[in-house]
Write a protein that binds this ligand. Structure first.
Ligand SMILES: Nc1ncnc2c1ncn2[C@@H]1O[C@H](COP(=O)(O)OP(=O)(O)OP(=O)(O)O)[C@@H](O)[C@H]1O
Length: 491
């Protein structure tokens, strides 16, 4: 059986087991253009990993993971708040506007039914970004805002709370408009809005996404509209289903993903131009580079307050790093099998350069009795989400993945990371950034971790030494045949 067939077999087996679970996922399958599962624009073109050039063909057809896929997977992964120790940076354009922070939700004087909804979601206190953003978001007269902080820090909850506190349920027309880049992301925001508003009787939310229809002359009587830019623009301008001038709060979420998708930027801009000048305009983004900044400043007028929460730096403190020298692929498999046999590993991730290696490894480890998940960029987004969730929930102890399909994914509880192939950039240079992201931890996790790197030949030895020198941290040699030594690494 060829490597491709092995891969196909494993995927088929995995898909079989997953199909039922997928149906219970909150995101629906959608074949429309807004579905990141179907055909999203790849932001940076194809990216093949070539630590072993002879195998690189395997990955050549692995499509790059789109920003919207990464964003959705992270959203689904973050069942808990990502705490941050970094300081908030506020670039306040209007020095006369008050700016203070709150330490409790009570201090915000929310409607009682909304406060109840917030507490019912298990939120005891505002997150770091919410502490500073919410007082400004809820102040009168309304202030425009641009806010940036990494995924999972509480941005969605902040703008949903703003929409819900400004909406008047006695008026039956859309008053809050939220734009998201894809069908699935719009639905996720809808879920949060529904949950937070569960004690606000009479509140209606509608999704302006592909598949949902309005007829000419229909007037929406919902209070909150959450949609993708294309459909929302159609509903507003072609069908006249709602009046942009009556929108009180306009939110543009995931601005960095939005600008990576063709047409979304223009459509969002056109919608924004139809809003009343009194409308509160808000933009949120996980990253804030020059292109996002330019878009943000263009679409959010009138001296917005700009809030940024820097991502915590990852470090290699508390990480024990090892390398194992092998002379062939077979020897690498054997060594890995020894390690998993000798130490009890909580949860681990194994990174491979190619799909073929990942597939073979998954098969061998499954035969050895390990519960293994195999993450492939070829799978639809719902399946990838489910594999990651199963791993996050501890249903599988080992997650095997290629570089491409694991891009941007943080799985916090992993204690052992195995670089079956060391990370290298598309132009074959040691990829220190990816190495740090795979292995490093931020202050918030502080836990000890183990990294095991496989070295097979002069080229990967050079890569390993380069990485070692770059970070100034010793990577110690480990003898795969010395079980005593292996046992010691986990103690
Ligand atoms: N104040 C809070 N207290 C506890 N949990 C919270 C709080 N705010 C948000 N959360 C939870 O933290 C997780 C991340 O929050 P949220 O989705 O709002 O972050 P985000 O920055 O919008 O992330 P993303 O960009 O991935 O959507 C969610 O599970 C959410 O329910």
């Amino acid at each position: 059986m060829s490597g491709e067939d092995d891969w196909g077999d494993l995927i088929t087996k995995q898909e079989k087991g997953l199909t039922e679970k997928i149906e219970s996922l909150t995101i629906k399958k959608e074949s429309g253009e807004n579905s990141s599962a179907s055909k999203d624009v790849s932001p940076s073109g194809s990216h093949s990993e070539t630590s072993q050039p002879s195998e690189s063909r395997d990955d050549a057809e692995e499509k790059d993971v789109s920003k919207s896929d990464i964003s959705l997977l992270q959203k689904l992964l973050h069942s808990k708040l990502v705490q941050s120790k970094s300081d908030i940076e506020v670039l306040r354009k209007d020095p006369t506007s008050p700016l203070y922070s709150v330490k409790s939700f009570e201090a915000l004087h929310l409607k009682p039914e909304l406060l109840k909804g917030v507490y019912d979601m298990g939120f005891n206190a505002p997150s770091k970004i919410q502490e500073t953003a919410l007082p400004t978001l809820l102040a009168d007269p309304p202030t425009n805002m641009i806010a940036q902080s990494q995924s999972g820090t509480g941005k969605t909850a902040a703008f949903v709370l703003t929409m819900l506190s400004r909406v008047d349920v006695s008026k039956n027309y859309p008053q809050c408009l939220c734009l998201a880049p894809t069908y699935e992301l719009a639905l996720q925001i809808g879920e949060v809005t529904k949950e937070m508003s569960k004690f606000m009787s009479g509140l209606r939310i509608v999704h302006a996404v592909r598949g949902e229809r309005v007829s000419r002359g229909d007037k929406l009587d919902c209070h909150i509209l959450i949609g993708t830019p294309g459909t929302t623009q159609d509903w507003a301008t072609r069908f006249g289903a709602f009046d942009l001038k009556k929108i009180k709060v306009f939110v543009l979420d995931e601005a960095d993903v939005m600008i990576s998708l063709q047409g979304h930027q223009d459509q969002s801009y056109r919608l924004q131009k139809g809003l009343s000048p009194n409308c509160q305009m808000l933009l949120f983004s996980a990253t804030y580079d020059e292109s996002v900044m330019a878009f943000a400043e263009k679409i959010i007028p009138n001296d917005p307050v700009i809030i940024k929460l820097r991502r915590e730096e990852e470090s290699l403190d508390n990480i024990k790093q090892y390398y194992i020298e092998c002379s062939s692929q077979e020897e690498k498999f054997e060594a890995l099998s020894n390690i998993y046999g000798a130490i009890s590993i909580g949860q681990s991730m194994i990174f491979c350069a190619t799909r073929r290696t990942a597939s073979t490894l998954a098969e061998k480890m499954t035969k050895d009795g390990h519960a293994v998940g195999l993450l492939s960029g070829e799978l639809p987004i719902e399946m990838r989400a489910d594999i990651i969730k199963r791993f996050r929930d501890g249903k599988e102890k080992v997650l095997i993945t290629t570089n491409v399909s694991a891009r941007g994914i943080d799985v916090e509880q992993v204690t052992v990371v195995v670089n079956f192939d060391l990370p290298i950039t598309p132009d074959n240079k040691p990829d220190c950034e990816t190495y740090l992201h795979r292995i490093g931890r931020t202050g918030r996790f502080g836990k000890n971790g183990i990294a095991i790197n496989f070295v097979d030949g002069q080229r990967s030895m050079t890569t390993m030494r380069y990485i070692e020198k770059h970070f100034g941290r010793t990577i110690s040699k480990l003898d795969a045949g010395d079980l005593d030594a292996i046992e010691k690494i986990s103690s």
